[in-house]
Write a protein that binds this ligand. Structure first.
Ligand SMILES: CC(C)(COP(=O)(O)OP(=O)(O)OC[C@H]1O[C@@H](n2cnc3c(N)ncnc32)[C@H](O)[C@@H]1OP(=O)(O)O)[C@@H](O)C(=O)NCCC(=O)NCCS
Length: 251
């Protein structure tokens, strides 16, 4: 939670060409002037998920501390221009970090920070904070992605989980728009220092919590739906967080 402030940039540094890079927390009413820009970046980057802009507006208003979940919405500016954003949850119950969306405006992707492309740097920097919040025993980060985007992730240490995974096409708006599904990849970024090859049982351990952090906790699907139950496995029998429920504490 070290980056949650009462407004203003939580990070400010220079890119390799001297541009000013700033990152703003857009939750809990902070930095509300960036909400439209974040929604605009989102709709341009993910035309199939325009419906999620309503969720961005909701999370921008609400306390990011929910029952068992910390909601992250960060906007990155370059010389004051909204250029990139990142949406993720630190899920304290599943001990994982589902990444919902991350994008950099196309014209700015060649900018480098500390020698890395802006997108790679931003994802790595964001994850450091999100994973810190899960504590030392965290299971790492996870994401849903269509196969054609695997080339964004796999060169950066992410692994394809060996499971036939479904996502609801209309995300958490499935109640009004229908529960159509499509097959996508469920991918996993192990926590730093974990040698997956030396722990053969670790991937099955991660699959249930990773799936539940999206299907149950983000989309609010019912665990009695057979394909949801199959993907979440034994995780369903345990405690669950409540993303809709803000904790009544002051920031
Ligand atoms: C994710 C992102 C920030 C990464 O930026 P980056 O580090 O500069 O990397 P690139 O944009 O060069 O992409 C890396 C690879 O993924 C591919 N890729 C990027 N966006 C893609 C897309 N929408 N569809 C298919 N492939 C894509 C690139 O072609 C590239 O592949 P290559 O190395 O074989 O040429 C940037 O690609 C982006 O904003 N994409 C749109 C949003 C998105 O898809 N986010 C990821 C899912 S959360």
């Amino acid at each position: 939670m070290s980056r949650h402030t009462d407004g203003g940039a939580t990070i400010a540094l220079r890119s390799d060409d001297g541009s000013l890079i700033e990152i703003y927390d857009v939750t809990g009413g902070r930095n509300a002037s960036f909400v439209d820009a974040m929604c605009d970046l989102h709709c341009r980057s993910f035309p199939e998920h325009i419906f999620a802009a309503d969720g961005i507006r909701f999370d921008a208003r609400e306390n990011p501390l929910r029952e068992g979940i910390i909601v992250h919405q960060w906007l990155l500016t370059v010389n004051g221009h909204p250029t990139a954003y990142s949406l993720a949850d630190t899920n304290l119950v599943r001990r994982t970090v589902p990444i919902h969306f991350l994008a950099v405006a196309e014209a700015s992707r060649t900018i480098t920070v500390e020698g890395e492309r802006l997108g790679t740097w931003f994802l790595r920097d964001s994850l450091r904070q999100y994973l810190d919040d899960t504590g030392e025993q965290g299971l790492g980060a996870c994401a849903e992605t269509p196969d054609y985007k695997l080339s964004i992730f796999l060169p950066n240490g992410w692994r394809l989980l060996p499971v036939t995974y479904l996502e609801p096409i209309h995300g958490s708006t499935w109640r009004t728009n229908g529960l159509d599904t499509r097959e996508v990849a469920l991918i996993w970024l192990p926590p730093p220092g974990v040698q997956v090859e030396s722990i053969p049982s670790i991937e099955p351990t991660v699959m249930g919590p990773a799936a539940a952090s999206f299907l149950i906790d983000m989309y609010d699907l019912d665990g009695t739906i057979p394909w949801v139950a199959a993907l979440c496995g034994a995780t369903l029998g345990g405690p669950r967080p409540n993303r809709q429920q803000s904790r009544r504490i002051s920031l």
